[in-house]
Design a protein around this ligand. Structure first.
Ligand code: PEP
Length: 249
């Protein structure tokens, strides 16, 4: 049985004061009780990791980061290593978000190295894949996502089972245009079938979450799909109450 996982991605948002309010609201409500068998996380900007780790303590909400270096240590100015994240109490880390692929030229190969670094330090990599609007409109969505997934399989092999894959159609990120639940399910199914070509066990156990304009009012329908194991939530995760509503969906 795969656990439903809901992870917020604050992106480059937050402030010391607003983080405190958000954390207090979410932690207090989670203490009242959340649906059983689910995992919850929030990926915050690097400078807030220590502060947020302090707030989260032993709460049900786990700490995440939004990127990690492909290298263990050394002359990589501006980078943050997986061992540093581990020391901060981080449990999840996003790798290969489309904003990083498109704006910082991240390629499948370095994304797989980042995922390896994360796994070596007991962090769960959330590997993002997804197609652009042009790729979908020209009928190439599955082909594009297959290529992204294949590259991760070839590096990570059966360690993939300890990762999460986030299917995030780029045209749905931050646009308010959510993929229909059936459209998302179809891609999640295609990814699972692709993984089954490699290893049945990986295919049936890996969590595949959906990302792209998820809100409280569309989460229930998405989560009801058999191959959708939760969500990576960007904009809506900035609002504590909306994030909690998605966690309960
Ligand atoms: C994201 O950034 O991963 C994301 C899914 O964003 P949004 O929910 O705002 O579309």
């Amino acid at each position: 049985m795969r656990a439903l996982t809901v992870i917020g991605n604050w992106k480059m948002n937050g402030s010391v004061r607003s983080n405190r309010n958000w954390m207090q609201t979410v932690i207090e409500e989670m203490q009242q009780g959340m649906p059983a068998g689910r995992r919850f996380g929030v990926c915050v900007p690097f400078p807030y990791l220590q502060e947020c780790s302090h707030y989260l303590g032993s709460s049900q909400l786990q700490l995440g980061a939004q990127d990690v270096s492909a290298y263990a240590s050394g002359p990589y100015t501006g980078e943050v290593s997986a061992s540093m994240l581990q020391e901060m109490g981080v449990r999840f880390v996003i790798v290969g978000h489309s904003e990083r692929r498109m704006q910082y030229g991240e390629a499948n190969e370095s994304i797989a190295l980042k995922a390896e670094q994360a796994l070596d330090h007991e962090l769960t990599p959330i590997i993002c894949v997804g197609e652009t609007a042009d790729e979908r409109n020209s009928g190439r969505a599955v082909e594009v996502v297959r290529r992204q997934v294949a590259s991760q399989v070839s590096t990570l092999q059966d360690r993939l089972v300890d990762c999460l894959i986030a299917y995030e159609p780029i045209w749905a990120i931050g646009t308010g245009k959510v993929a229909s639940a059936q459209m998302a399910q179809d891609m999640h199914r295609a990814i699972r079938l692709q993984l089954a070509e490699f290893d049945d066990d990986v295919a049936s156990h890996i969590g595949i979450v959906y990302g792209g304009s998820v809100r409280a009012d569309n989460a229930t329908e998405l989560f009801a799909m058999p191959d959708i194991d939760g969500a990576l939530v960007g904009g809506a995760s900035l609002d504590a109450k909306e994030f909690l509503a998605i966690c309960r969906a």
